[in-house]
Design a protein around this ligand. Structure first.
Ligand code: ZN
Length: 523
């Protein structure tokens, strides 16, 4: 049995090596590759992805998994070996249920769709995308139907990025969140908007980059196992647990972009760097789901990086880097600027209060389309209608409406958006649990600019396990309860209740909430 297990591990290590090589080619393409390399690079990455897939779905892997069933049953659920077998079996089943000819067809369709989208979006031409989207929806249904026995047709698609989450459960949580959010958004946006002009000045690139990276290192980003490079669309990527990289972009006329995207990608990187080194090269050496991954980027970017406690310590340092730009700007003005809330058309530019409404609109539409309740031809009108209901504004065109996100034009419809909002919800839930275990966390951040207690709690309870536990399992283990929106709503009400006039009615309920949110009560 041990020999067979070793043989399986060796095969999986090779799959991992090929995928990592493809990842490195992608990183290079997005950072340093000259434009002339594009055509060959696309082909090279496709070749490596195909090889990795073929190696993984090899019937020999299935045979080993079958033969190792008794071995897995003899082991403790929490052991690395049992976990590795459990996770590999799950992924093997997913990978083998979808025929490779189907995958190839979808890939060629979506890359064509993407090419057309790059022209149709600037031209505001939804009609041109309509036939592509109809075909994509058809493929998405077919993909789901390779997994018969689902409760909801979106489940198999959701499970490819957020395993363990189901459409009905996500819908229920989102409906609850939407009910709480809509009044908060309308209360805030009916008030005088924050003045964020201090962020829109000239900030030299080099200084922006070095300040962001300094904070990333203070968060605990290990530069012996990481580096930062410039790109167009920031991302984090990992080639091994010893090489976890972040990328960023700067706008010299806006301070908020590079700084917060650096902190965001650092959060993703801390998760990957925090995985136990002895899981290296195994299927367990990666974050467990898109929602849990996003919870870490959001926790470090928003709950730490946009908090008043954080800037209590770091604002004087930022001012000394940019004395001309910020020397005369008060800390309070700066805090309000980086937490400005406004109704806006574009998801990726949205603030943390309105952001989830953008995501929920897309998630609900994905379900409706898959269920056959929403036709592609009705999508632009449905978008405008829902947008007006949620945001009080009507998108003037499709370019900044239904055509804005790449997801549906470059991939399947279903499962591509829920992770963002699950991440926001979970960030608050994890942070609250860390704070309950270590009430000194907010004071450490505020007084000393130190993050090690928070970082260590996250490593201990979340990061080290990699993908050993599913999202629902790790949430329960780390926080003692299932996914809940309560900590997130408390976070928003308390944080934004400081900047805006919210319904702080002085009741016991409000007071109790204050005590649960780290950092707000530290004076
Ligand atoms: Zn992210």
């Amino acid at each position: 049995m041990e020999t067979k297990f070793q043989e399986l591990k060796t095969r999986l290590l090779e799959v991992n090596d090929i995928s990592s090589a493809a990842g490195l080619l992608y990183w290079d393409q997005s950072t340093y590759m000259p434009p002339g390399g594009a055509a060959a690079r696309g082909r090279q990455m496709a070749t490596l992805s195909r090889l990795a897939h073929e190696k993984f779905v090899d019937p020999a892997v299935g045979k080993l998994l079958d033969e190792l069933v008794p071995y897995e049953e003899s082991l403790n659920y929490d052991s690395d070996e049992a976990s590795m077998l459990r996770v590999t079996r799950r992924e093997y089943e997913r990978a083998t249920k979808i025929p490779s000819e189907f995958l190839a067809e979808v890939t060629s369709h979506t890359s064509e769709s993407y090419q057309v989208w790059t022209e149709a979006r600037p031209a505001n031409d939804f009609e041109r995308m309509r036939p592509y989207l109809e075909k994509t929806l058809d493929y998405s249904r077919q993909a789901a139907n390779f997994f018969p026995g689902y409760e909801h047709i979106a489940d198999p698609l959701i499970e490819s990025s957020d395993y363990g989450m189901k459409a009905t459960e996500v819908s229920r949580v989102f409906a609850e969140l939407r009910e709480a959010l809509v009044p908060i958004v309308s209360t805030i946006t009916s008030q005088e908007p924050a003045d964020d002009s201090c962020l829109h000045q000239h900030f030299p690139e080099e200084k922006q980059l070095s300040f962001g990276l300094e904070v990333a290192k203070q968060f605990g980003y290990d530069m012996n196992r990481g580096r930062q490079d410039k790109t167009h669309h920031p991302f984090m990527t990992k080639f091994s647990l010893g090489d976890v990289r972040i990328t960023t972009r700067t706008k010299e006329n806006f301070l908020g972009d590079a700084l917060f995207s650096t902190l965001h990608e650092t959060g993703h990187a801390l998760y990957e760097q925090g995985i136990r080194m002895d899981l290296e090269g195994t299927p367990l050496a990666g974050g467990t789901s898109s929602g849990v991954h996003e919870s870490q980027s959001r926790l470090w970017e928003n709950m730490v990086g946009r908090s008043r406690g954080f800037w209590y310590y770091y604002y004087p340092k930022l001012q000394s880097v940019f004395p001309e730009q910020l020397g005369a700007v008060s800390r309070d003005t700066f805090n309000r600027a980086i937490n400005k809330v406004e109704r806006s058309l574009i998801r990726t530019n949205a603030d943390e209060v309105t952001y989830n409404l953008h995501v929920m609109l897309r998630f609900d539409f994905e379900l409706a389309m898959l269920e056959g309740k929403l036709e592609i031809r009705d999508l632009p009108d449905a978008w405008r209608e829902r947008f007006e209901a949620d945001f009080g504004i009507v998108p003037p065109d499709d370019k900044d409406g239904v055509l804005q996100d790449v997801h549906w034009y470059f991939g399947l419809i279903g499962g591509s958006f829920q992770g963002y909002t699950l991440g926001n919800i979970l960030a608050a839930q994890f942070y609250t649990s860390a704070f309950k275990a270590h009430p000194e966390i907010p004071a450490e951040i505020k007084r000393k600019g130190e993050f090690s207690t928070l970082h260590n709690w996250l490593k201990e309870n979340l990061y080290q396990h990699g993908s050993k536990y599913t999202a629902p399992e790790i949430i329960e283990r780390a926080t003692g309860s299932p996914l809940s929106i309560k900590p997130y709503i408390a976070y928003l009400k308390l944080k934004y209740g400081y900047f805006y006039n919210l319904d702080n009615d002085g009741t016991q309920q409000w007071e109790d909430m204050v005590k649960t949110w780290p950092g707000q009560s530290v004076s």
